[in-house]
Ligand binder design. Structure first.
Ligand code: GLN
Length: 481
């Protein structure tokens, strides 16, 4: 795909230890790649060289003094632009926050930096993380580095494209309905949504609070584990972060997968799936069998209701979260001759079409007389979807499915058909609703060389089991390096 050298967390460390490169030189190398490639990809919205070089110099000073280096020392990373970065513009890819510079760092960002990572900049995404193609950005679409006329997926399209094009060694994205895993699948890189509560969301600009999660993109499963280990764990600043111990992902990941029970839910292999996706995912399951895993056929009967449920819950929460952008408290203000006109001007100009659609749908679902019929009912169905997972995990250790029903589609192909766009999320939204963790890992390409993703779910807080299987799969398919 690209001739540039592929760096990983592990090769960065080896090169720093061997003194073949300094953190400053590596940072410069990544900025020069970005300068060459970003104009066509539009993966980065803002670069932060001052902060990046200052951090690289700190790492180099540590090396010079012989101090032990932290786990991500010198590793260049990118941050989705819905995650707050102190002193670096954080736009949510919206006109509403075009000039917003947060006075603090999100906990996940602070933890990456404390672990030595170098923050190169902020990545493009769908506006307020609403979308599946990155076409809803106020600052233009991101192009898929594998095929420039195609979408990278969304909403974390810039993070996925940056990692796939090696414009960062890793990146943070967010997943509310699939926004980490689906772009990971469409760009051909591993991408993980941790358990709800595993990673602090302090500093994440909220879309749907009962669903939003932060997680990593990387080029190998081991690197996913390295990033996850750093960002996981309880944070006093986020009461929804869980006080659950963070396991040693590396040690856990080495365990053999022989005998693991792989659940195959019939509902994820029905109509509407691209035949090449089906083929590659079925081939992937054969690989898992050769590794000694057993397959178990399952039914998850409420899957059919997942899209409808998700788009009620997510939009209802979005309508409430986005009420704060009113021209008074945050972001853009467009004056008018009355208070009402000021609100209308501000929100009318600040938000794009899709965000407005979500706010209207969400407000409707929450309005008096409709609340019971829509929001309350959706919450009940959400419990049934969660129960499907609980039941499935009685029979299987993990669940394996496709990540997305189709490979990367063409830019413009679905933008005028919101329903077709929403249906792209069919295999991912269930995991968000149920709170369980999942990864998407590359499992081959189509005849047009478009990447395909295989998804692995595990019970809550069992990320280590996912990483264990994903690593074995990567080893067997030669997709690691
Ligand atoms: N595509 C889904 C949506 O548009 C998911 C977005 C996300 O996960 N942030 O809502």
């Amino acid at each position: 795909m690209s001739a540039v050298k592929k760096w990983t967390v592990f090769s960065v460390r080896a090169a720093l230890d061997a003194k073949t490169i300094s953190a400053r030189e590596l940072t410069a190398e990544f900025y020069s790649r970005i300068e060459k490639r970003n104009p066509e990809l539009n993966a980065y919205l803002t670069l932060s060289p001052e902060r990046a070089y200052a951090q690289a110099d700190r790492v180099d000073a540590m090396r010079a003094s012989g101090k032990p280096l932290p786990p991500l020392a010198g590793v260049p990373v990118a941050i989705k632009d819905v995650i707050s970065t102190r002193g670096i513009r954080t736009t949510c890819a919206s006109r509403m926050l075009e000039d917003y510079v947060p006075p603090f760092d999100a906990t996940a960002v602070a933890r990456l930096e404390d672990a030595g990572a170098v923050i190169l900049g902020k990545t493009n995404c769908d506006e307020f993380a609403m979308g599946s193609s990155n076409e809803n950005s106020a600052f233009g679409p991101v192009r898929n580095p594998v095929a420039l006329d195609r979408v990278p997926g969304g909403s974390s399209g810039g993070s996925a494209a940056a990692v796939a094009a090696q414009l960062a060694v890793g990146a943070l994205g967010t997943d509310t309905g699939g926004s980490i895993r689906q772009p990971g699948a469409l760009c051909g890189v591993p991408a993980m949504m941790p358990t709800y509560g595993r990673v602090s969301r302090y500093g994440l600009i909220a879309f749907a609070s009962s669903l939003d999660r932060i997680g990593p993109f990387a080029t190998t499963v081991s690197d996913i584990a390295a990033f996850l280990a750093v960002i996981s764990g309880r944070d006093e600043n986020d009461s929804t972060s869980a006080s659950v111990p963070v396991p040693g992902f590396f040690a856990e990941m080495q365990k053999p997968v022989e005998g693991m029970r792989i659940g195959i839910p019939a509902e994820y292999f029905g109509e509407g799936m691209d035949p090449e996706v089906r083929q590659k995912v079925e081939d992937g399951i054969e690989v898992l069998k050769k590794l000694g895993c057993r397959t178990v056929n399952l039914s998850m009967p409420h899957t059919d209701y997942a899209i409808a449920t998700y788009y009620i819950v997510a939009n209802a929460e979005a309508s409430s979260n986005l009420a704060r952008f009113d021209g008074v408290r945050y972001g853009l203000r467009v004056d008018g001759s009355s208070l009402r006109e000021m609100y209308e001007n501000t929100r009318g100009r600040g938000f794009g079409t899709e965000v407005k659609r979500r706010i209207m749908l969400g407000t409707y679902a929450l309005s008096s007389g409709y609340y019971d019929a829509y929001y309350l009912r959706a919450q009940k169905v959400r419990s049934l979807i969660t129960r499907d997972f609980t039941e499935a995990f009685k029979k299987a250790d993990v669940i394996v499915t496709p990540t997305s029903p189709s490979p990367a589609f063409r830019i413009g192909e679905r933008i005028d058909d919101p329903l077709a766009m929403y249906l792209s999320d069919i295999y991912t939204v269930t995991g968000d609703l149920a709170g369980v963790p999942a990864i998407s890992i590359p499992c081959g390409v189509t005849s047009d060389r478009l990447p395909i993703g295989l998804q692995i779910f595990a019970p809550a807080f069992m990320e280590a089991r996912i990483l264990q299987l994903a690593r074995a799969f990567e080893g067997a398919t030669g997709d690691s390096s």
